[in-house]
Design a protein around this ligand. Structure first.
Ligand code: A3P
Length: 305
């Protein structure tokens, strides 16, 4: 009994502190802070330690975020969190504070940079401010692809998730169009309005802190896109052509890491549904103006239809 009580006491002492008050407004209160000196947990005997990320892949959902983090972790100076952490967007996680966030990070050597990816951050209004409060100098990676393709990819993911749960699903045309017009209530459509979300990030971070990775190019020419990422992160150029090989069966590039070859999970690179040409055309037209606004915002154009 005494041992049990002692165990409980020790557990309570080790639990990360909760924020001093609940975040009722979902965003204006800062998370509990760690002092800069506490920026890492006690080191592991092999010399590794957990650090708060110096890089975050903020999205976009279905933009190619998994490919990006996997390719980035081919670099010896990068340690990547395996799972999506959802710290800044999920209230229940955010309330656990930075000590909890830190505990989700991989063990890294002190000279390595830590990266996590949570694609939902990009479209969550409260996230930019929260990340800025943690570290205003953090480097952000945003991977985008043609917004229409992204919507179809988003639909495909939800379609398969529902299929797995034996739930019904609607044909794509009926979620995209309502009363003959593009259905503005469809969430996946909103996620592809890149300028709306980007405006929010640019209120907190200068453009130099956000590198936009071209997701369509990452598919076709990963090395070229990744070399730009290395440059943005001031990493020594390390990735080379031998890190990538095209897998004809998958129809995508796969990764080679010290001779070990691996492709992304089968859920990445699935065929999209066929969409009636007239609906597809409507969708392309719908994104024309939002895309133009995004190009203006970032001072760069993308090869989107
Ligand atoms: P699709 O499955 O619609 O083709 P995310 O990881 O953000 O969910 O993005 C998934 C998308 O990553 C895939 O969308 C796929 O097109 C893209 N992708 C980019 N490079 C890839 C690669 N090397 N292997 C598989 N998918 C890749």
């Amino acid at each position: 009994m005494a041992a049990l009580l002692l165990g409980l006491l020790l557990f309570a002492l080790q639990s990360p502190p909760l924020p001093s008050r609940p975040l009722a407004d979902g965003g204006s209160s800062p998370p509990p802070t760690l002092s800069p000196a506490d920026n890492a947990t006690a080191s592991h005997p092999n010399g590794t330690l957990q650090q708060l990320p110096q890089i975050i892949i903020i999205g976009v959902r279905k933009g190619g975020t998994r490919a990006l983090i996997e390719m980035l972790s081919l670099h010896g100076a990068v340690a990547a969190a395996q799972n999506e952490v959802h710290f800044f967007d999920w209230e229940s996680h955010f309330q656990k504070g930075l000590p909890w966030y830190l505990s989700q990070m991989p063990y890294a050597f002190p000279e390595q940079l830590t990266v996590e990816k949570t694609p939902a951050y990009f479209t969550s209004g409260k996230v930019p401010k929260r990340i800025h409060q943690m570290n205003p100098n953090i480097k952000l990676l945003l991977i985008l692809r043609d917004p229409t393709e992204r919507v179809l990819s988003d639909y495909t993911q939800v379609f398969y998730n529902r299929l797995q749960k034996h739930k019904s699903y609607q044909p794509i045309e009926s979620v995209l169009v309502k009363d003959g017009e593009i259905n503005l209530g469809y969430k996946a459509l909103n996620r592809s309005l890149y300028y709306v979300h980007m405006q929010n990030w640019l209120q907190y971070f200068p453009p130099e802190s956000i590198h936009v990775v071209d997701g369509d190019r990452l598919i076709k020419d990963p090395l070229h896109e990744m070399q730009k990422v290395e440059k943005f992160l001031n990493l020594e150029p390390q990735l080379n052509a031998s890190n990538f090989y095209f897998n004809k069966t998958k129809g995508f590039y796969c990764l080679r890491d010290h001779g070990r070859e691996r492709c992304l999970h089968d859920s990445k690179g699935r065929a999209h549904p066929h969409v009636a040409p007239a609906v597809l055309q409507k969708l392309y037209q719908f994104f024309h103006e939002p895309n133009r606004k995004f190009f203006e915002l970032v001072g760069r154009t993308f090869d989107w239809k």
